[in-house]
Design a protein around this ligand. Structure first.
Ligand code: RP5
Length: 151
């Protein structure tokens, strides 16, 4: 694998507005990605296949889900890649349900959980992880942080 690549997976098409923010931020860093819609509850076999093949295609996975958000944890259970989880806001419990489901992983199966709807931080964290392997990204991150400081 010569270029950094991020796998984005999300539980439903209804999560796509959040995913688009992840994609936009990754594009700003020039990172390749692809996005898959698969649900831990509705299409568990598809999630299993995705997770098992992930390390052949990606360096990092970003998994977004709302409600009883099992998806990031189920993916993390079946790969050695780092998994970043985004709890997606939903109406009844304002995303707290997804936050707790994603952050409260059993010992030994971490998911790096960002804030509810924390799309931008998920993308930046992914780039920070990628920068360990692809040093060019360190420069881009330094410039990004300088722009943040100016702003
Ligand atoms: C989760 O349930 C999805 O990630 C989504 O956030 C939520 C609602 O899904 P839909 O009923 O809109 O498909 O699995």
């Amino acid at each position: 694998m010569s270029k950094p690549r991020v796998g984005i997976i999300t539980g439903s098409k209804s999560d796509l507005p959040i995913v688009e923010k992840v994609e936009k931020q990754l594009q700003e860093f020039g990172i390749d990605f692809d996005t898959t819609v698969a649900s831990a509850h509705r299409t568990p076999k598809k999630v299993e296949e995705y997770a098992k093949l992930a390390s052949e295609k990606y360096d990092v996975i970003i998994a977004a889900a709302g409600m009883a958000a099992a998806l990031p944890g189920v993916v993390a259970a079946q790969t050695t890649l780092p998994v970043i989880g985004i709890p997606v806001h939903s109406q009844s419990l304002s995303g707290h349900d997804a936050l707790f489901a994603i952050v409260q992983m059993p010992s030994g199966v971490p998911v790096a959980t960002v804030a509810i709807d924390g799309a931008k931080n998920a993308a930046v964290l992914a780039v920070q992880i990628l920068a360990l392997k692809y040093p060019d990204l360190k420069t881009k991150l330094t410039e990004f942080k300088a722009r943040l400081a100016k702003g």
